[in-house]
Design a binder for this molecule. Structure first.
Ligand code: AMP
Length: 153
């Protein structure tokens, strides 16, 4: 099956076209207590959000599962640790990120294993995120517009 390279197709899209910009992205900082991170996660409904340093550089992600794991004791959740442990101690740092110029397929590949991918500049300052939803939305649109070629109903 041959993909058509026209204007306004997936081939021309970059991470910049797909991303939610930083000012609209919920985030926490490395030195925030876990209690604060949990509050942001529960209130926003997101399962994970980016972690930034005080200069707004991307450092990793924190999610509900990571927080629960951090406060898990032998027989119970040690909820008192929510106020004494900081995000830096529970976050994941082995997270791939991309630059704004990354093409659609690079974003798609990164999103196979992650529900969102962070977009940073060369000094790692945080620009925004590209979510699975944004990529799937564009793919759906692309298949719909080209449905004759793909023999879809
Ligand atoms: P979606 O593909 O829209 O379900 O988003 C995937 C994931 O991206 C969500 O579960 C969140 O972890 C993250 N996410 C989406 N939008 C935002 C946002 N505005 N702020 C922070 N994280 C977000």
């Amino acid at each position: 099956m041959e993909f058509i390279k026209e204007e306004h197709t997936l081939f021309n899209l970059t991470a910049e076209d797909l991303m939610i910009s930083s000012e609209k992205v919920a985030h926490v900082q490395m030195n925030n207590p876990l209690e604060h991170a949990l509050l942001i996660l529960v209130k926003s409904g997101y399962s994970a959000v980016p972690v930034l340093d005080s200069k707004y550089r991307f450092k990793g992600i924190i999610g509900k599962g990571m927080i629960l794991n951090e406060i898990l004791g032998i027989e119970r959740f040690e909820t008192e640790n929510l106020s004494t442990t900081i995000v830096e101690d529970a976050m994941r740092t082995d997270i791939p990120c991309l630059e704004k110029s990354a093409d659609f397929f690079t974003c798609l590949k990164a999103l196979i294993d992650h529900s969102f991918v962070c977009i940073v500049d060369q000094e790692h300052y945080f620009d925004g995120i590209v979510t699975r939803r944004a990529v799937l939305k564009h793919m759906n649109q692309y298949f719909y517009v080209n449905k004759d070629i793909f023999k879809l109903n």
